[in-house]
Every structure is written in structure tokens, then in C-alpha cells.
Design a protein around this ligand. Structure first.
Ligand SMILES: CCCCC/C=C\C/C=C\CCC/C=C/C(=O)SCCNC(=O)CCNC(=O)[C@H](O)C(C)(C)COP(=O)(O)OP(=O)(O)OC[C@H]1O[C@@H](n2cnc3c(N)ncnc32)[C@H](O)[C@@H]1OP(=O)(O)O
Length: 281
């Protein structure tokens, strides 16, 4: 039975949080009325694999929060073991070509929206964040991870040249030499390693504490003029955003070519089967 203590805590929390009216199905958006901070929770069980619909909802949520002039945006996951498993490999294996095009276009849209977001952004990484999961986290300005997680961009291990936004994200977060080595080696880092190299800013013992640290980060801008802040952020990120725009069509075509290759289809099939077998054994 629920104790009266936890019930009153829940009621208190409910009184300061509201769910956005247009909250979508695969992302839940909650705005804290006291702090003005919006939390976007990725909610596509079991592992928040990024399919067309989740990417669509995430994009909508980011834009909605930005337009509603929230004080900041925190990205987290409803799963307590996985932040996001990255792109849904089922969308790339024996794909419907139009859908595969849409998938990559939506991933690009999400990157643009999150990396270029006018608001302060933070990721409470409450589980593993490989590949596209790492991409989302490193698009934010601040990251807190939980113990015993894994995070990194490992695409080169599968013969894929990292898309340009991977490079921008890593260069924005890590020293150039460390970023280059991490990408060319396709490294996946443990929590301790990620903290040590600066891929994450902090470690928290629970999701609640990670969210608290993210809120504290966003609160550091309380006295800062929001427009001056966002324009300054844009000065740092603007060149990346522009270069991305000039290469986005090429990158889309490269991705489609990449997944269309028979050898890549065979590799993806084996990779997917390997992930599934793990659960059968
Ligand atoms: C694969 C080729 C491309 C690789 C590209 C790599 C990097 C890309 C870099 C930059 C971003 C730009 C482009 C982005 C591309 C991508 O994101 S590709 C996706 C790469 N992701 C992965 O390789 C992650 C693979 N998954 C895992 O490592 C683990 O599942 C886990 C996320 C650590 C979670 O582990 P666990 O909690 O133990 O859960 P299970 O492994 O049991 O998984 C549950 C079920 O989910 C299925 N599944 C896992 N990941 C994916 C996925 N990405 N897509 C589709 N399905 C996935 C898994 O098979 C289980 O299914 P069943 O329940 O057994 O049916």
C-alpha cells in the first residue's frame, strides 16, 4: 500500500507539473510550473529505438517547447536501463525506401532542432546511449549519466562513415584529438570513461538526481537575458548548422546508398539476429 508520505509527495509534484496539451504519443512532455523547465521523456518501449514516429514526435516536442518559451529542456527516457538504443535497425533492414528516406530526414530534423535549440538543453542519460542515443545526448549542452551505462558513437565498427553531425557533436564536447580518436575507433565508453574524457559532465546515482542536476544547470541561466544567451549559443553552433545544411542532401543520399548495399543488408540482418539471439540464449 502507498504510504501517506509518498502520496503527499506525489500530490505536491502534480501541483507544479503539467503535461503539455499537445503531448504526443511517443514522447511525454511535462512542464514544471515553478521552474518553467520542460522535460521530454522518450517513451517507445522497450528501448526507445528511433523510428520514424518517435523522431517525428521528438521533433514536434522540441519545437513546441521552444515556441512556448520554456526556461529550458531536459531530455530523458521512460526506460530505466536504456536512454535510447539509437536508430531502429528494423527501419534499415530490408527497408521500405520512402520510409528509410523519411527516417534519415527526420533524424536530421531532430538534430537541427536540438543542436540549434534556443533554450538551454540538458540530457539526463538514465540508461545506455549507443549510436543515435549518444547523438541525442551530445546535441544537448549538458549531460548527466547514471552508473553502469554505455555511451558512444560506434558506427565505424560497422563500416559506416560517421555522419557530419556526429563530428560536430563530438567536437563541441570533447577536445579535438579525443573526439577524432573516439570516432575513428568507434568507441563505446563506460560511465567512468565518459566522465573522465568529458563526454558527460556529471554522474548521478538515480534518474531523479540526474534530472535535479540538469535543472540546476538550466537554473544557472536564470539571470541571463534569454535572447543574448541563445544568440551567443548560435554564434558557437551557427557554422556547424550552416555546413550541415549545405551537406544534408549528400548525407541523406549516402545513407540511402549505404543501406541499399547488399553486403550492408546482410550485415544488418546478422547484427539484428545477434541482438535477438542474446535474449533467446
Ligand atoms: C547497425 C548499423 C548502423 C550502426 C551505426 C552506429 C552508430 C551511429 C552513429 C551515429 C548516429 C547517426 C546514425 C545512427 C545510427 C544508429 O543509431 S544505428 C543503431 C545502433 N544501435 C545499436 O547498435 C544498439 C544495439 N542495441 C544494444 O546495444 C542493446 O539492445 C541496448 C540498447 C544496450 C539495450 O540492451 P538490453 O536492455 O539488454 O536490451 P536488449 O538488447 O535485450 O534489446 C531489447 C530488444 O530490442 C532489440 N533492439 C535493440 N537495439 C535495437 C535497435 N537499435 N533497433 C531495433 N531493435 C533493437 C533487441 O533485438 C531486443 O529485441 P527482442 O526483444 O529480442 O526481439
Amino acid at each position: 500500500m502507498m504510504s501517506s508520505m509518498s502520496l503527499s509527495r506525489m500530490l505536491r509534484a502534480a501541483s507544479v507539473c503539467r503535461t503539455m496539451s499537445t503531448a504526443t504519443k511517443l514522447t511525454a512532455v511535462e512542464v514544471n510550473d515553478k521552474t518553467g523547465i520542460a522535460t521530454v521523456t522518450l517513451s517507445r518501449p522497450p528501448i526507445n529505438a528511433l523510428n520514424v514516429e518517435l523522431l517525428h514526435d521528438l521533433y514536434q516536442s522540441i519545437k513546441e517547447i521552444e515556441n512556448n518559451k520554456s526556461r529550458g529542456l531536459i531530455l530523458t527516457s521512460s526506460n530505466d536501463k536504456v536512454f535510447s538504443a539509437g536508430l531502429d535497425i528494423n527501419e534499415m533492414y530490408r527497408p521500405d525506401k520512402d520510409r528509410a528516406r523519411l527516417l534519415w530526414t527526420k533524424l536530421q530534423d531532430v538534430w537541427l532542432a536540438l543542436y540549434g535549440c534556443a533554450l538551454p538543453t540538458a540530457a539526463a542519460i538514465n540508461g545506455h546511449a549507443p549510436a543515435g542515443g549518444c547523438l541525442l545526448a551530445t546535441s544537448c549542452e549538458y549531460r548527466v549519466i547514471l552508473p553502469q551505462c554505455r555511451i558512444g558513437l560506434n558506427e565505424i565498427q560497422l563500416g559506416l562513415v560517421p555522419p557530419i553531425f556526429c563530428m560536430f557533436n563530438f567536437l563541441n564536447v570533447l577536445p579535438r584529438r579525443v573526439a577524432e580518436r573516439a570516432l575513428v575507433q568507434g568507441r563505446i565508453f563506460t560511465t567512468e570513461q565518459a566522465l573522465q574524457i568529458g563526454l558527460v559532465d556529471d554522474v548521478a546515482s538515480s534518474k531523479e538526481k540526474a534530472l535535479e542536476k540538469c535543472s540546476q544547470f538550466i537554473a544557472t541561466f536564470a539571470q541571463t537575458n534569454p535572447l543574448a544567451r541563445s544568440l551567443t549559443k548560435l554564434k558557437f553552433r551557427g557554422a556547424d548548422l550552416q555546413r550541415f545544411e549545405s551537406e544534408r542532401t549528400n548525407e541523406l543520399e549516402s545513407f540511402l546508398e549505404f543501406i541499399d548495399h547488399p553486403q550492408m543488408q546482410e550485415d544488418l540482418g546478422i547484427y539484428l539476429e545477434g541482438l535477438k539471439k542474446k535474449n533467446r540464449n
